[in-house]
Design a protein. Structure first.
Length: 95
């Protein structure tokens, strides 16, 4: 007949294994929560940067025709040899 002393380690081990199994869903949810928090931070940072870009573009808008960001406006930069180095144009659509 088994005594209480010999059953104790068996039940202790069994309870420990059951607790490990019970913790797995919580650990998975915790990992998913951490992943979502990282994604939230990335999107928040992206939104801040886009808002800053939007504000910067608005600040550069001008009513003076020379500097205005208006539809159809084209700008190019030429090098010393006269070759076009860069060019840009403003339109209503996005690429």
């Amino acid at each position: 007949m088994a005594s209480v002393g010999t059953l104790d380690p068996y039940f202790t081990n069994l309870i420990s294994q059951l607790m490990t199994l019970e913790r797995q869903p919580v650990q998975r949810l915790s990992a998913e929560k951490d992943k979502l928090n990282i994604q939230k931070a990335v999107f928040s940072d992206l939104k801040t940067r886009l808002d800053n870009l939007h504000s910067s573009v608005r600040a550069r808008r001008s009513s003076e025709a020379t500097y205005a960001l208006t539809t159809g406006r084209k700008v190019s930069v030429s090098g010393a040899d006269g070759a076009t180095v860069a060019s840009a144009s403003v339109s209503t659509g996005a690429l």
